[in-house]
Design a protein around this ligand. Sequence first.
Ligand SMILES: [Zn+2]
Ligand SMILES: [Zn+2]
Length: 385
Amino acid sequence: MIFFPNIIFSLFLIFLTILPLYSFEIKVKIFSSKLLKEFKIYSKCLKIKNEVINNDKVNVFIRGKKIVIITNNKLYEDDVFEIEPCNEIFEVSIKKEKRIYKGKLILYLKNNIIIPINVIEFNDYILSVVEYETRVMKNIEAIKANAVAARSYVLASYEQRHKGDGYHFCDLTHCQLYKGFENIREVVRKAVDNTKGYVILYNGKPAWSMYHSVCGGKTEDALDVWGYDSMPYLSSIDDKVSNLTLCSFGWGYRWKTKMSKNKIEDAFLKSGLIEKKEKVYYMYVSSRSKSGRVKFLTIRTNKRILDIRGIDFYHIIGRKINWLAIKSTLFDVKYDKKYFIFEGKGYGHGVGMCQHGADKMAEFGYLWKDIINHYYKNVKIVKIN
Ligand SMILES: [Zn+2]
Ligand SMILES: [Zn+2]
């Protein structure tokens, strides 16, 4: 009873803080992995420069220092374009890849590359993110938990994730996957709709509710990976229910990768970690976090001894070789003549919700709120009108 007025008051405060955000538009840089020089846009009806263009495949490309748009009977040339479908959707195609989008498209040039920004309503954005981020999940309660996590993450991070870039999010896993509105599964529509308005709060603010594919048995503390001490809800947990490791059936739970020394040296060189002709002799795990993940790797070369953070090593190999080679920082490393052999567990950074684990919890009959409370500690789940 004592807590009752406090709860009402804090809910009221939360309501005031979040309400203006809730029907807002998100700016997403689409096709983020590509350097765009030309593409096509199609819609039954498009508005460009206050003119209506019907049933036309519009070509967009660069000429000189301008963006050029050519329709069946007109040419437009400018530094910036704002394109809007008269109805709801439009298609963007780059070579053989086609995606369906909603909202508006803003185009501008940066370093002679076209930057396409999709301005999209918050709830629409969440629907697509949940579709593309939960393709490994089958059970609706897990997808609901992921929808609430995705929603809260957007509210928590939209001002900071790409601060200074001119948009809120990219469309890659760096932020959250967003590939438009083709083939949205019915189960995703239901999950997003049934949890509409629900967010995860910590200390009255939306939580940075991160998630990843497979934790490998223990999730990671955000403090150990990124030094975030303001997010105690992202602390390490055992991903278990009655002694069963929830994600142990998930793809990437156990992995083994053999990588040649040359390949690793090449990745290190390209990342500026070592110099030309510098040779890696051996490496070993010099410290681990509470969850067992590699905090530091020590690398002995012909010139020096280097200490590199486990998460930096993971990013270097991911970016320069392949994200599937070193699937997580929960690994051991051995040396075998010209090769390094990595044996590990889990896929992804390991912080927050483990998606395969969440899916298994749902299979066991747990509900989405149970799943959220399993992975994020001491959070509140609140519905905003
Ligand atoms: Zn991003
Ligand atoms: Zn797990």
